[in-house]
Design a protein around this ligand. Structure first.
Ligand SMILES: [Ca+2]
Ligand SMILES: [Ca+2]
Ligand SMILES: [Ca+2]
Ligand SMILES: [Ca+2]
Length: 353
């Protein structure tokens, strides 16, 4: 693995002008972490909460939330029988996560229950498509913040040669850009979003197979600049976060060691690579990093399924491991959906698996 950054030329990826106006308003600095990533805060206390989705009927999900001491339950929302894909975000910018799903089809419907309506008014917006021709052609939905206004915006990544990204901001701006290629290996790009320059706006990330089993991360910043880094092995899941607390996303992958232990390998934006060993594949631990204590550093965390599930949190940079019991067999961490998008694992195979 190499950590050296290098610039790639603008000709390495096709680029078209953004169509329509996207307001590019720098966000006001909040409490560090990568502000472009949905925090999944259920009570607006600045601390990320942990959400578990449960199918409470054949036609509805219910999300149960907990943090260290507080609990909450969302109204039943979304319809698993229609293939709804749960997504995370704060679409009205009040600091409270809004229940939301993307309903697949020839026209995707983004259905949201805004917290500012008291979770009573469902809003539906058409954006994205399955494009026909099977799951490999499906638009990949992602959530981020294109303009740094604190409201989560809609993104889709459309596979192709070139691949295209479309964004619809909550302010009404629409844009598209060609970036990436899904034609064939090594051009097997998987999309992700993160704020890798700390301006509060989501930057486009594609992950591409490299010849030696490692992977490239190519980045198109919201400013229009490009960067690229060779990091991680192709098989390692990518996770989003800011583990050194400088407000800039850190490219992070999680390796599974021979004994099943997870090794979190973090390319710090402050410099250097650090690793943490936390979680294990044997009991099926799910990667659920978030800033659970609100100190501005993404915490390393896994949820361990079981008759009584357990949320294991390693506070970053310091603190004892917390292990509150939460959830049961069949529950799906909302963040698993989010990480799933980043790894192109969730499309066409039900919720977030
Ligand atoms: Ca909200
Ligand atoms: Ca926004
Ligand atoms: Ca950015
Ligand atoms: Ca960072």
């Amino acid at each position: 693995m190499r950590g050296a950054r290098r610039r790639i030329s603008a000709t390495a990826v096709a680029l078209v002008m953004v169509a329509g106006a996207i307001a590019l308003i720098p966000g006001s600095p909040a409490n560090a972490t990568d502000r472009s990533i949905p925090r999944m805060d259920r009570n607006a206390d600045g601390r990320g909460d942990f959400g578990l989705l449960r199918m409470t009927s054949a036609t509805s999900y219910t999300t149960f939330w907990r943090n260290f001491s507080n609990f909450a339950t969302d109204p039943p929302f979304g319809d698993p029988s229609l293939g709804d894909i749960p997504i995370a975000g704060d679409f009205d910018g009040d600091g409270i996560n809004d229940p939301a799903v993307v309903r697949p089809g020839a026209a995707y419907q983004w259905v949201i229950l805004l917290s500012t309506t008291g979770f009573t008014v469902a809003e539906s917006t058409a954006f994205g498509s399955d494009n026909g021709g099977g799951a490999a052609n499906d638009d990949v939905p992602l959530t981020g913040d294109i303009d740094g206004d604190g409201r989560t915006d809609f993104f889709v990544f459309r596979p192709g040669t070139p691949a295209r990204w479309f964004v619809l901001s909550r302010a009404g701006g629409f844009g598209q850009v060609a970036f990436g290629d899904t034609g064939s290996v090594p051009n097997d790009d998987a999309p992700a979003l993160g704020d890798l320059d700390g301006d509060g706006r989501s930057d486009l990330i594609i992950r591409r197979t490299a010849g030696n089993g490692s992977s490239f991360f190519h980045i198109r910043f919201a400013t229009g600049a490009f960067s690229s880094v060779n990091f991680g092995n192709t098989a390692d899941p990518y996770v989003a976060g800011d583990f050194d607390g400088d407000g800039i996303g850190d490219i992070t992958v999680v390796q599974t060691l021979g004994n099943g232990d997870y090794l979190w390998v973090i390319l710090r934006s402050l410099g250097g690579v650090v690793t943490f060993r936390f979680g294990n594949a044997g009991p099926g631990d799910v990667l659920v990093q978030n800033d659970y204590d609100g100190n501005g550093f993404t915490d390393i965390a896994v949820w361990r399924p079981g008759a009584t599930g357990t949320l294991f949190i390693q506070p970053v940079p310091f603190g004892p491991v917390s292990a509150p019991p939460f959830g049961t067999v069949g529950d799906i961490p909302l963040l698993q959906c989010f990480n799933g998008y980043q790894n192109l694992q969730s499309i066409g195979v039900g919720p977030c698996t």
